[in-house]
Design a protein around this ligand. Structure first.
Ligand code: GDP
Ligand code: IMO
Ligand code: MG
Length: 431
């Protein structure tokens, strides 16, 4: 299979975990390139449900090397809780999981800083310390996993992060709440326990590619949550879009062969920020219940809206999507009619492109095309030919609106509830 990036094209939770797991059978390496335990990727394998946060969704396949790249942020306790949980469930987590020595560590003061700032800023973050960890990284005072292997120098390095944290505490008039001495010991012990798996991931990846192996790059979050390309400031703090795979893994852009975009057949969003196609009312409740739209990480109800063709078209372009997977078609089975946003109206003017300005986006009115519902069950269907005509037309229309080939339709959470569309680029990668 070519080296593929799997990327979310909306505001997250598109079903990346399911699709990565599905494709993992065709690759030797799965590599996560961004984010931390703010992600929640659901994989249902052999009737068992796994919610992966930090660990690549390829871990459930034997013989697949899973890599966590330099672009990630890793909270040591969350890492061990997740790996232990997987082992208890009978999943092998040994030398099949390697973590970058360049990945940054989420530390206790990051949680404290996030609490302070969220009270003021109200982005609606997952409160996992993600933003402050990336801030320390950009501020050149972060701790990297490789630092945990050389504990003698840790106190000096931590002093920089501490200094900055205490400056903020003084400004906010709160008492610092971190036991730094105990932290050094805890971090050193973590480094020792994982010494053999904290490695130069970019070079491992390079060696795997030299052997002719293929890599699947797993994105967390999504394009509209990307720090540069998303609905700033209501975004996460990492490079979630496809370009992030090159940066966040040390994988040369020339080695990425294709991009698979993942989109729900509708749209969801967790946290604050503009969402032009948000449904509201009873319909939103209905879709939320049918789609089980509650966060994997925080259990927050997800906001639900119609498919936003403007936003997804933007993502298709930013990521260079070669093939698009439409997920959760079955959730729309009961609707009489289905709306799709094809453009926005702002101050009487048609807007076809995603505005950079969130205030403007918040003022945009969606312009909808209304398509008939199919009012029959698509859940579990595995052949495109078996879909009702209205569902086929819906999927085809989504592809036209966003300017991408639809290569896959998902009709349920299980691996097998999947329609691969013949003659698509995706089908040829899969063959
Ligand atoms: P991710 O973060 O992109 O991996 O997505 P999440 O796991 O957060 O959310 C996707 C949810 O939809 C999970 O609960 C999946 O089990 C579920 N899911 C995935 N594909 C389908 C589908 O085609 N139909 C339905 N009904 N559920 C799906
Ligand atoms: P997966 O990988 C959906 C959202 C949060 C918040 C914003 C910033 O499962 O698709 P953060 O804690 O990252 O600083 O929060 O981003 N968010 C997600 N929304 N899916 C995710 O991950 C998300 N990760 C972060 O709700 O609005
Ligand atoms: Mg998720």
């Amino acid at each position: 299979m070519p080296n593929i990036v799997v990327v979310g094209t909306q505001w997250g939770d598109e079903g990346k975990g399911k699709i990565v797991d599905l494709l993992t059978g065709r690759v030797q390496v799965v590599a996560r390139y961004n984010g931390g335990h703010n992600a929640g990727h659901t994989v249902i394998a052999n009737g068992r449900k796994f919610a992966l946060r930090l660990i690549p969704s390829g871990i459930l396949h034997e013989g697949v090397l899973c890599l966590m790249g330099p672009g990630m942020v890793v909270e040591p306790e969350a890492f061990e809780t997740e790996t232990e949980g997987l082992r208890e469930a009978g999943v092998e987590v040994a030398d099949n999981l390697l973590v970058s020595d360049r990945a940054h560590v989420i530390l206790p003061h990051h949680f404290e800083l996030e609490k302070l700032w969220e009270e003021r800023r109200k982005i609606g973050t997952t409160r996992r310390g993600i933003g402050p960890a990336y801030e320390d990284k950009a501020g050149r005072r972060g701790i990297r996993l490789g630092d945990l292997l050389r504990p003698a120098a840790l106190p000096e390095k931590l002093a920089l992060a501490r200094d900055h944290y205490e400056m903020v505490c003084r400004g906010a008039g709160v008492a610092p709440a971190v036991d730094w001495a105990a932290l050094v010991d805890r971090l050193a012990a973590f480094g020792e326990r994982h010494r053999s798996r904290i490695v130069d991931v970019a070079m491992v990846l390079h060696a795997q590619l030299a052997r002719g192996y293929s890599v699947l790059c797993e994105g967390a979050q999504a394009t509209l949550l990307d720090l540069d390309h998303g609905t700033y400031p209501f975004v996460t703090s990492s490079s979630a879009s496809a370009g992030g795979a090159a940066v966040g893994l040390g994988l040369a852009p020339t080695r990425i062969d294709a991009v698979l975009g993942i989109a729900k057949a509708y749209t969801t969003r967790v946290g604050s920020g503009p969402f032009p196609t948000e449904m509201g009312g009873e319909l939103e409740e209905k879709v939320r219940e049918k789609g089980g739209e509650y966060g994997v990480v925080t259990r927050r109800p997800r906001r639900c809206g119609w498919f936003d063709g403007v936003a997804t078209r933007y993502s298709v372009r930013v990521n260079g999507v070669d093939s698009l997977a439409i997920i959760k078609l079955d959730v729309l089975d009961e609707l009489d009619e289905i709306r799709v946003c094809t453009s926005y109206r702002h101050a009487g003017v048609t807007v076809d492109a995603m505005p950079a300005d969130v205030e403007m986006l918040a003022e945009c009115e969606p312009v909808y095309e209304t398509l008939p519902g199919w009012k029959s069950q698509t859940a579990g269907l595995r052949e495109f030919a078996d879909l009702p005509q209205a569902a086929k037309d819906y999927v085809t229309r989504l592809g036209e609106i966003v300017g991408a080939e639809v290569g896959l339709v998902s009709t349920g959470p299980d691996r097998d509830d999947t329609i691969l569309i013949g003659r698509s680029a995706l089908a040829t990668w899969f063959a």
